[in-house]
Design a protein around this ligand. Sequence first.
Ligand SMILES: C=C(O[C@H]1C=CC=C(C(=O)O)[C@@H]1O)C(=O)O
Length: 453
Amino acid sequence: MSLKQAKEINKTILFSYTEKVALPHPLPTYSSVIRNSEDYFYWKDPQNETIIIGIGNVLQIVSEQIDERFHLVEEKWDNILENAFIYDSANQSGTGPLLFGGFTFDPNNRKKPEWETFSHATFFVPEIMITLKEKESFLTLNVMVNPENDTTILEHLKKQMMNILNRKEQTSDLLPAIIEQEEMNPKGWKESVSKVVSLLKDGYLDKVVLARKMRIKFQQKVVPEVLLNHLLEQQKGSYVFSFGLDNDSFAGASPERLVKKIGENVLSTCLAGSIKRSGDANQDQALGKILLEDKKNRHEHQLVVSMIADVFREHCREVDIPDEPTLMKTPDIQHLYTPVKGKVKENTSILHLVESLHPTPALGGTPRQDAMKVIRDVENMDRGLYAGPIGWMDYRGNGEFIVAIRSGLIKGNEAFIYAGCGIVADSNPEDEYLETKIKFRPMLRALGGKEDE
Ligand SMILES: C=C(O[C@H]1C=CC=C(C(=O)O)[C@@H]1O)C(=O)O
C-alpha cells in the first residue's frame, strides 16, 4: 500500500511506514532527537533492550473521564488501527506505529495549575519515531492521510529525521543556576503521616502511600534534553523517560514496571519496602539483610505482592511468583523486589491490565479506595502524572507501562519533583520523611539541586 493509494480512500486515516535503518552514529542514546520539539517522548528500559523516541504529534487521544479513561483510550486506538494502513517493511521486528502517553494518578483529585497541560489520559502517535530494539534500529513515519496531503510527505519526514540523526553539534550539558529550592511544608507532611498512622492503628486500613513535593526555581528555562542526558548517565539501571507536551515536560528514572505484555507473556513488578545504600560494600550488604528481615517492610511489600498476584490470577492462565522477595538496588536506595510473570488469557489487553493494577499498594494503599480517599484528604497535593502509569502500546497490542515515580514536572524555569513512601501502622514520621529525602535524590541530582545528607 502506498501513500498515494491510501489517499484514494478519501477519508482521514493513519498511514504508518516502518523500515529498518542503520543509525549514523554508534551512540547508545539519541536524546538529541527531542531537541526543539514541543511534543515528544523518550523511553528506555533498564536493560537498554528497547529505546523509543518519538517527535511530533499526528494524533492525540486525551480524556478527562474518571471511570472510563482506560477504556476510552483503548477504544479510540482500536478504531484508528481498524482503518489504518500500516506498511511494516521490517516484518514486525520493530514496534511499528504505537501510542505513547500516561494516566494521572487520581482523576478524582482536584487539579492544580501546574498539571493543566496533561489530561487524565494523555496519549499521542508521534510523526517520526526511532526505535532501538535488541540492537536493531527502525524508523517509523506516521501521517494522517487526507485527500489534500502531498504524497511526498513521507520523503520530507524521512529527510528531516536523517538530518536530526546526523546532527553533530552537542547541546551544553549545563542546566541553569538554581535560585530557589523548597520542600513544600515538610512539617505539615510529617503531621499527615502521624494522622495516617492513627487511622491505620484504628485497624480499618492496612497501608497508605503518602507523597510530597519539592519546588525548584531556575534562573532560566530548563532544557529537557539536558535533564534527560543527566538521568541517562546517572540512572542506568532504571526506566528513563521524558514526555513533552506543549513545552511542559514530565521526566524521571523509575525502577518500577507496572506491566509489560509481549504476545501472551505478561510481567509485573512488586516494589515496596526500602532502605538506604552505603558506599561501603559490606555495610551495603548488611543494610540489604536488615531490609530483607524487617517485619514492617516485609508487611508493606507483601500487600503489594498479594494485590498484583490477585490481578494476575484473574487475568492469566499461568502465574509464576517467587515465594520470597530479593533486593533491587538503585544508586540511592534498595528495595524489596518480587517479579511476577504470567501467560495472559486471550483478549485481555495491556490497558485492561493497567486499569486493574493501578494503583498498586506501592503507590496507593490497601484497601485501595479507602486509601485513595485518605491520600486525597491529607496529602493536599495534585500528583498529576507522578505515580501514574506511563508507557506505550503498539499496533499489535504489545507494550509496557511503568509506575512514574522518581519523577518531576518541568515547566519553563520551574521544576516540581515528587517522592512518597508506604505508611503502615508502625511507621515513624521522621523515618518516612528521611526515606522521601532519599527518593528525591535521583531527580535532584539530575537537576543539579542540593542533596541533603
Ligand atoms: C512512592 C515511591 O516509592 C514506592 C516504590 C518503591 C518503594 C516504596 C516504599 O518503600 O515506600 C514506595 O512504595 C516513590 O519513590 O515516590
